[in-house]
Ligand binder design. Structure first.
Ligand code: CA
Length: 238
């Protein structure tokens, strides 16, 4: 099987090298570009399976590059994982708005980085409506309207079912409350964002132990993950 190609766009060679070593060790094929121009040359030559994009770059920054690649027919479907040293909510949201699939805040553990890369690769499979979906031991079947955890059936309300269906079909990705309202509830301008929190709480209660898969991303929103409670540490921006 061909090794997944990962384009690392990072101006700090020490960080890029550390990431590349870990990627190679985990069965990936890393390619390094130190700025937007170099990355563009790589993208024009061979489309990678994932782009790891540093936010702070000389010349065009990561945000500008993400927007550019998202609007280009050739690169718009390539998953982008943003690397950022910033922890501010508006920055995270603008990263996601610019078209990044996910972001990782430095410092991050290489373990977490590998998990996130595997996650974006997994969800490249096209979404097929009507098909059952599984995340770990959690299963959801939209046809029979059944949810189970390790084979045991779970009872969910209709809104919680729709919410879980959406989260399971877009796992490992952070969704803001506004995005969830839009995707799960539809165009209901009079529903407050707090409503999302209420239904997430109900969903977690209904899921029992599996409720841990629904993570709160502070200041941003929610994410369904198959690998909760990852440890942080290791890579620091200098
Ligand atoms: Ca940088």
């Amino acid at each position: 099987m061909k090794k997944p190609r990962v384009l690392i766009v990072e101006d700090e060679s020490a960080i890029a090298e550390l990431i590349a070593v870990n990627l190679r060790h985990n069965g990936f094929d890393p390619v390094w570009a130190e700025d937007g121009a170099g990355a563009q040359r790589e993208l024009d030559a061979v489309l990678p399976d994932v782009v790891l994009l540093d936010w702070m770059l000389p010349g065009q920054n990561g945000l500008t590059l993400a927007r550019k690649w998202r609007s280009d027919a050739r690169t718009k479907a390539v998953p982008i994982l943003m690397l950022t040293a910033r922890g501010d909510e508006p920055d995270k949201i603008s990263g996601l708005d610019a078209g990044a699939d996910d972001y990782i805040t430095k410092p991050f553990s290489t373990q977490e980085l590998m998990a996130r890369i595997r996650a974006v690769l997994r969800r490249r499979a096209p979404e097929q409506a009507g098909e059952a979906v599984s995340i770990g031991d959690l299963n959801l079947d939209p046809v029979t309207h059944r949810v189970s955890w390790q084979g045991a059936p779970l009872k969910l309300g209709p809104t919680e079912f729709k919410l879980l269906n959406f989260l399971m079909r877009h796992p490992e990705r952070v969704h803001s409350r506004a995005q969830l309202l839009d995707k799960v509830w539809g165009d209901h301008v009079f529903i407050e964002e707090r409503t999302v929190d209420v239904h997430v709480k109900r969903l977690r209660e209904a899921l029992g132990i599996a409720g841990a898969l629904v993570e709160t991303v502070r200041g941003v929103g929610y994410r369904l993950t198959s690998e909760p409670h990852l440890q942080h540490l290791a890579v620091r921006e200098t």
